[in-house]
Design a protein. Structure first.
Length: 130
């Protein structure tokens, strides 16, 4: 094996008459990030409190079959709570809807209160459960 240094920062390594040439990498040009995605920046239509609660119920009842499912369920719940924060009062919304959504946004909400709220949401959308 032999090394050769060529001009302008090139190096060659060879064996048995075959040579590979290595050049120093030039510094990359400044890469600018893509322009803002205009489609993703479009505001979503507001949903009603009842729709937000229904989406929350669907996210909470997401089937957990493996480790990745926990992450998917948490992401779904976070997205629903984000959209629920902008929910508007609809004509068929219960008076507790706004209070439930506000309470579920509180990260310090005790687990038993969270379970009580989710149980009430389950009763609202699935009264025949167990």
């Amino acid at each position: 094996m032999s090394w050769r240094f060529a001009a302008s920062g090139r190096r060659q390594i060879g064996y048995d008459g075959f040579f590979l040439i290595f050049e120093r990498a030039r510094p990359d040009r400044r890469v600018e990030g893509p322009k803002a995605n205009r489609r993703g920046a479009a505001p979503k239509a507001p949903i009603t409190m009842r729709e937000a609660l229904r989406l929350l119920w669907e996210a909470d009842s997401y089937p957990i079959l493996g480790n990745e499912d926990w992450r998917v369920a948490k992401r779904l719940e976070a997205e629903v709570l984000e959209r629920g924060a902008m929910a508007v009062q609809g004509p068929d919304d219960s008076p507790e809807s706004a209070a439930w959504i506000a309470a579920l946004h509180n990260p310090k909400l005790p687990a038993d209160e969270r379970d009580d709220i989710l149980s009430a949401i389950y009763d609202l959308f699935n009264p025949e459960r167990d």
